[in-house]
Write a protein that binds this ligand. Structure first.
Ligand code: ACM
Length: 633
């Protein structure tokens, strides 16, 4: 890829221009492969003419530009099939191998803009880059006056590092409406994501209509509504109404699939089995090996697994489909028949993660299955299930993908893997010739906290922006030929609404996007931070929520000789930190943090804020001293 990048750069700019590329001048996320400033500027006229290439599928980009360039600017945009233009989209007649399927060449000159690509998706990504060259106000839904819609002349040549650039949205733990899913897709395409992994089923709700199994959504889509710390709720009482939930009708699923396709986004549906299946079992208790499953309810966020011994968890109630029950395979057949018809994408994700062993271990049916099939371990039992499931999926004309646990009992021959417990399983699977998508917890779990726990809904782990930025979807030890790409995963136990889903996604979604699209040696943290701040303004105009946690300090507490000390550091440079222990709100006239702070003996609270020069940029953080003491190492 490096060689390709170099020759591409030479091709674009001539041998001497490699050093003239001007990364950092523009605020493009993800960073393009090559860019060079040219003399002059382009100013958007009041009447804009766009020249479209032939072919209906190209209207996606034409219509996108028409809307985007008129809404905030108030310009009149006319689309033409011939004649003079200000912006011309060109579909190459002869394939330009340098830019591949999704790449583009964007040329901005003072009189004219052209976007050239081999395929319609390349035109779309070129248009996304073009929009990022305009002032941040271009993202506004309303006309913004007194803006000069001027952009510097530039030549940009670009193509993605990996083909699968995904975000996973869990709609089971919390439900997101059709419009909210579309809103999420709108935000992701700005950053050239092209895969939505739609986690449609779990213990907390079944969200896809299956016409042949109506109880899945009559019963499985609904639970008792609770708010607070999901996972710590009281158990629902038998008479409490099940008012929280929802599902997508098949018509709505088709609508979203179409909406995504119109933005060059594929959707991979996930039906998470054999674990994470309580909503299905609450609907059809005969799918369980365990007696009393007819009393099970869709989980409402009460504790139901013990993770204290690590994986697999010990389940308090059996949330697994019974691998020894033929009815389960009939069920899966019905589900996959309808799922396969709804989603054109060649893969179906079948989950496979975190299936507890403890109920299977004591099930007479599972023991009988083990004896009959010569299985000696519980992972082999799961593997038996996965192999049968793979046959069902393939019979529907689809390929199967699953979480990395499906490697454990011997992987099915042609299944693709999504590596989440670090890179290890993905590396191993790629080397044995299985296609892999990398989404390791270490870099890509955007349900984890991105700031201090005093500003975030509590989650058991953290992932700061700078760590997400280190994501490498193609680890050197892997067989790169089998790495499809990577994705970030948004689990939504603690995400109750679309605003919080956005907050969790951005700016870490910028970091993951750049890791998936840009050449590895084009990534640069300082440059990226500057771009992130620029894109905060863009998201402000778009009214998309994001986390400002990069401005908040990282708090470490140490204990020495019965005394507690607070260490404060920042994720980005150029910030000053001010603190108080006297319960008042600090500003920049308070003591500036320079060294470890001794927590005064009788202090009750520490309050912390960051400034850039005279401007407060961080959120006021208030942490009780008792909390600090609990954090002490
Ligand atoms: C997972 O995070 N359980 C795939």
């Amino acid at each position: 890829m490096k060689k390709l990048f170099l020759s591409f750069t030479l091709f674009l700019f001539g041998s001497s221009v490699f050093n003239q590329t001007s990364a950092g001048k523009f605020y493009i996320i993800p960073e393009p492969v090559a860019q060079a400033e040219k003399p002059g500027n382009f100013t958007l006229p009041k009447n804009v003419n766009i020249l479209r290439p032939a072919g209906n599928e190209n209207d996606i980009t034409v219509n996108f530009l028409k809307e985007k360039l008129s809404k905030a600017t108030g310009s009149k945009v006319t689309v033409r099939s011939s004649g003079k233009s200000d912006i011309q989209l060109i579909l190459n007649k002869a394939n330009d191998t340098m830019i591949g399927e999704e790449g583009y060449i964007l040329s901005v000159r003072s009189k004219k803009i052209t976007i050239r690509a081999n395929k319609p998706s390349g035109l779309f990504y070129g248009a996304q880059t073009l929009i990022q060259l305009f002032p941040a106000q271009i993202e506004s839904e309303e006309v913004v006056n007194n803006v000069e819609w001027k952009i510097p002349a530039v030549e940009i040549g670009d193509y993605p590092r990996v083909a699968w650039r995904g975000l996973m949205l869990d709609v089971s733990r919390h439900f997101f409406t059709v419009d909210e899913v579309k809103q999420y897709i709108d935000a992701m395409v700005r950053y050239k994501y092209n895969m939505l992994h739609w986690h449609l089923t779990d213990d907390e709700g079944w969200r896809i209509e299956i016409k042949s199994l109506p109880k899945l959504t009559e019963i499985g889509a609904w639970r008792v509504e609770k708010v607070g710390n999901f996972g710590e709720f009281s158990a629902p009482l038998p008479n409490e109404p099940k008012t929280y939930g929802g599902f997508y009708t098949q018509e709505q699923i088709r609508e979203i699939v179409r909406y995504a396709a119109d933005r060059f986004v594929n959707i991979i549906p996930e039906i998470d089995v054999p674990g994470h299946s309580l909503a299905a079992i609450a609907s059809y208790p005969e799918l369980s090996c365990t007696e009393g499953a007819d009393k099970y309810n869709v989980r409402a966020g009460e504790p139901f697994m013990d993770w204290s011994h690590g994986a697999p968890p010990i389940a308090f109630i059996d949330n697994t489909l019974c691998p020894a029950n033929e009815k389960v395979y009939d069920f899966m057949d019905k589900v996959m028949t309808e799922v396969a018809q709804l989603f054109p994408y060649p893969y179906i994700h079948v989950g496979g993660d975190e299936a507890p062993h403890n109920f299977w271990q004591k099930s007479p049916q599972v023991q009988e299955l083990m004896k009959r099939e010569g299985l000696t371990t519980i992972p082999q039992v799961q593997s038996y299930f996965e192999k049968r499931l793979e046959k069902i999926v393939q019979a529907k004309g689809k390929k199967m993908m699953g979480w990395d646990e499906i490697l454990e009992g011997g992987i099915t021959p042609t299944t693709a893997l999504m590596s989440w417990r670090g890179n290890k399983y993905g590396i191993e699977a790629s080397r044995s010739g299985h296609y892999v998508v990398m989404s390791p917890t270490t870099f890509a779990y955007i349900d984890y906290m991105q700031g201090d726990v005093c500003t975030e809904p509590p989650v058991y782990s953290s992932l700061r922006l700078n760590k997400a930025y280190q994501f490498d979807p193609v680890p050197p030890e892997a067989d790169a030929n089998y790495i499809l790409g990577g994705q970030a995963n948004l689990w939504t136990e603690q995400v109750y609404n679309i605003r919080q889903a956005e907050y969790m996604t951005w700016p870490r979604g910028f970091a993951i996007a750049e890791s998936l699209w840009s050449p590895k040696d084009k990534k640069n943290w300082e440059n990226f931070v500057g771009k992130t701040e620029n894109h905060f303004q863009r998201l402000d105009y778009a009214e998309t929520k994001y986390s400002p946690a990069i401005y908040d300090p990282i708090v470490n507490v140490m204990k020495k000789d019965d005394k507690y000390y607070v260490e404060l550091t920042t994720e980005i440079g150029g910030l000053d930190i001010y603190t108080s222990f006297d319960n008042s709100t600090p500003d920049r006239f308070y003591p500036r943090y320079t060294e470890l702070l001794l927590v005064p003996k009788d202090a009750r609270l520490v309050k912390i804020i960051t400034y850039r020069g005279k401007v407060p940029v961080g959120r006021l953080m208030t942490i009780p001293v008792d909390d600090l003491k609990n954090r002490a190492k």
